[in-house]
Structure formats: C-alpha cells, structure tokens
Write a protein of this length. Sequence first.
Lengths: 245, 245
Amino acid sequence: MSALEIDDGPLPLYERIKRGILAKIESGAWGRDQRIPSENELVRALGVSRMTVNRAFSELADDGVLVRIHGVGTFVGGGAPLAPLMEIRNIAEEIAERGHGHSATLLCREVALAPVEIAGQFGMNSGRRLFHTIIVHAEDGLPVQLEDRYVDPAAAPAYLDQDFSLVTPNQYLMGVAPLSGGEHLVEAVLAQDWECRHLRIEPAEPCLLVRRRTWSEGRLVSAARLLYPGSRYRLGGRFENATGR
Amino acid sequence: MSALEIDDGPLPLYERIKRGILAKIESGAWGRDQRIPSENELVRALGVSRMTVNRAFSELADDGVLVRIHGVGTFVGGGAPLAPLMEIRNIAEEIAERGHGHSATLLCREVALAPVEIAGQFGMNSGRRLFHTIIVHAEDGLPVQLEDRYVDPAAAPAYLDQDFSLVTPNQYLMGVAPLSGGEHLVEAVLAQDWECRHLRIEPAEPCLLVRRRTWSEGRLVSAARLLYPGSRYRLGGRFENATGR
DNA sequence: GGACTATACAAGTATAGACATGTTGATATC
DNA sequence: GATATCAACATGTCTATACTTGTATAGTCC
C-alpha cells in the first residue's frame, strides 16, 4: 500500500486529504472495493489528528466514494449493487438462434497504451500496452452492438490476428482463456456522435451500455464496453429455484 | 471437497464467509444434507480465526441454512430458499446496505382491469382484475426507482392492504408466495413525462427499464416494470464459474 | 466561526487461547 | 463377541486483547 500524499495549499487540511484520496482512486492505484488505510494509519502517516481524517473519510463516504464498515475498515465505493445475474452470451450465437444473419465490421484493431481507468482494472500501470478492438455487430445488416474491447496480451497473444468476421472476440477468448468469472454493469446512456453514426441511430436514442469484464484463472482477460441501441435490443435473464420450496 | 472461496469486498469477514457458503450451496457444489468442512478445516484453508468461522456457521444455522450437530459436524440444511434471495433483491435492502435511507411514495393503489399485454402474461383473459400499485422508491430523498406492479389477487389476497412505506411489495410477496422462479428483461428507454416528474429527471435522460416477473409454484405472481434513472443507477451482476465455461 | 487537535468512550470485528462436552472409531481387555 | 478405554475430532462457549469505525466534548488557533 503506497502512502497517501497530500500537497500543501490554501485549502483546509481535510479537503486536501479528500483530494489525495480521490487522486489515488482516479489513478487506479486504489481500485474498487479495495480496502484503504485505516484512520489511525493515516494519522500516523500524515501526522494529523484522527478527527481530521475522519472528516475526510466521512464526507467521501456520504458522497458514495468510500464505503465504511463499522469495525472492519474503509473501502473504495462504487461496487456494483448486485441485482440481476446474466450470462456471458455470444452475440453471434444469439443472432443465429433467432434465425438471422450475423456480420461484424472491424472499426479499429491496434496495440494501444492503456487508458488510465482501463489499466487500473487490469492491475497495471498506464504505460502498459493492451490489445484494443472496436467492432460493430449487425443482425441482418442492422447494427445491434458496438463492442469496444481491451484484451490482456499475456492472456491471448494472438488476439489481434483473428478474423473477427468469422470468430467473435468472445468466442476466441473463451477458447484461449477459459472463463472463470465475470462481471456486468448495465447503464442507460446516450451514445456519442460517432457511436450513433456506426449504430445508425438518432443521437437522442437511449442505449444500453454493458461493461463486461471477464476473468480466467484469477486474471482479468478482457474489459469490454458493449453498446446496444435501446430500440433494437433487450437483455434478459431467467432463473429457476433449484434448491427448494 | 472443493475449497471455499471468499471474495474481498466492503463486508465483514464473517459475512463474506457466509456468502461463500451460500454460493457453494446455490451452485449445487454442496448438496442438501451434505457435510461441509469443519470449523478447523476452514480455519486452515482460509487463514482466519475459528471464532470468525464459528460466527458464519452459527448465523447460517440460525437461518436454517445449515444444521450443526455437536461433536459430529455441520451439514447443509434442507429446502432453504437461497438462490432467489441473491438474485431478486429488495431495493430497500440495497439502499440500506449503502448506508442510506429508503423511503417510498405510493402513487397508485387499485384493483384494475388487466391491460391486454399484462393479462396475457398472467394467462387470463383481459376481463380479469389484478391488483395494481405504482410506487416511487427514494434513496436519501432522491428518487431512484419507479415501480409499476401488477399482482395476482389469488396469490396475495391481502396485497393492497399493506403499508408500503414499511414493507416493499417485494418483501411482502416473498413472504406470502415463496419465490420459485423469475425473469428479467432490461431495456434502455426514455421515460414518459409523468414518470420523469416523479423521478425528478429531465425528459431526455435515458433510463433503465427492468421488467421483472416472478413465479411461485408454477404460477405467475407478479409482473413489475422497474424504471431507474440512468444517471443514478446501474445494475450489476457477477458470477463465479461453478458449472464451467 | 471554521479548522484542527486532543481525549475519551462506545460498539463492532477479528484473533488467539483455553476448556468443556459430544461423537466416532480404533484398540485393548474381558 | 461384548465391553471398556482412549485418542482424535467435532461443536459449544468463554475469556482477553487489539484494532476498526462511530461519536461526543472540550480546547486552541487563525
């Protein structure tokens, strides 16, 4: 755990501590759900009073930036409010199941310097390089998903050499790095202009944005933003109660 | 015996152990009446204190999930309704977990003639009457969900008599008609004007619309439209690989 | 009056150790 | 074969200690 650094300036001390914490989170040094130093640790490290640290922590907790658990510790917030559980499905298979034709258009294929927030998720510093692809998936010619994906080269070295009109990134990664876990975050957003053009939708049309991260053997393999036009797509999930009643 | 895995997160250790155990049971890895690892085995496997494992076991035993026999071991209990509790979540509990206050405003409570598309879902002709409620759920005073729900009177005759500021429809229905299955559909939409007013959002703001249907003993109990402001809410789901791939 | 410190106490969580009590199975003994 | 004994292991319960957040109060400084 790297120590918290606070710069000096005209701001109140508790305010500078708050900014120092936010900087740690924004840089990815302190990831989501990660435990951060306790009040007393910061008291010793910064040489300030506990009440001052407490104020910084409390205000960030009120804002939802941090989560504090009595007797346990303080954690970076933003954790998913776990609601529905969904499967990792392959869009090409979904479309095929509906008896339609799937096609994919490759908009971007590159080795990219990881943006800060992406690099943090992969647990690396922002200097590392990741594979990056942007693909538009269409159903009978009509765009239904814009897929913006970063992949860890260590997990799938030959990723960029695939012919994504034949094999979806999802399919390929499942074969190369067997899925051991995943996470979905679903939001409703308005798409950006260039996204609207490629999805052939109006700028005011709401879209589903699914952020999907998949792990293989404890290592994050891929982080993808999947953008669906709201008028053309729905997500669904079912479950049956297996254990009883 | 596969080892118990506990994830990290902003929860007390004993709570995370409880969830790990529940996950094992839900996934079927630990079947009914099966013996699970002893306290000392988990102490060694997880590197925690025995009292912590003991607390997790004891609380699950109090809930009927586990059965403990002095001198013998700890066993999975019979017929605990586990899975649904994890997946169909109660908005009041979610908000409470974030340390915020939940409040509900009842906009509508009536016996209604079922609209055609709703009646069809309930497997009845459109002449039948259903209970109908519209409730706005708020987190610290800020609206986060508009719940528009139809309920089968045969499954929950006293539904309309509840005080929904104390008990959410979800909570009440879970008690009256034990959940045996469910379905989610998620869309991105623009809210209607009256919905925007009650959620206090701009008409152009995209919203998540979750259509949730729940069954009890093979019969559809409730069909709900849950509308979330896109700027204030995200849905999330995680899974660990129990079944493979 | 706000910022900051210092101090104190409460309550929740986790560890470590200890001892009691119940169950089981192997072993020696009758 | 039946039985008594013992060791190993299980849960049940209790201490003590330490560390965490939650909260309140009083005082100092600018």
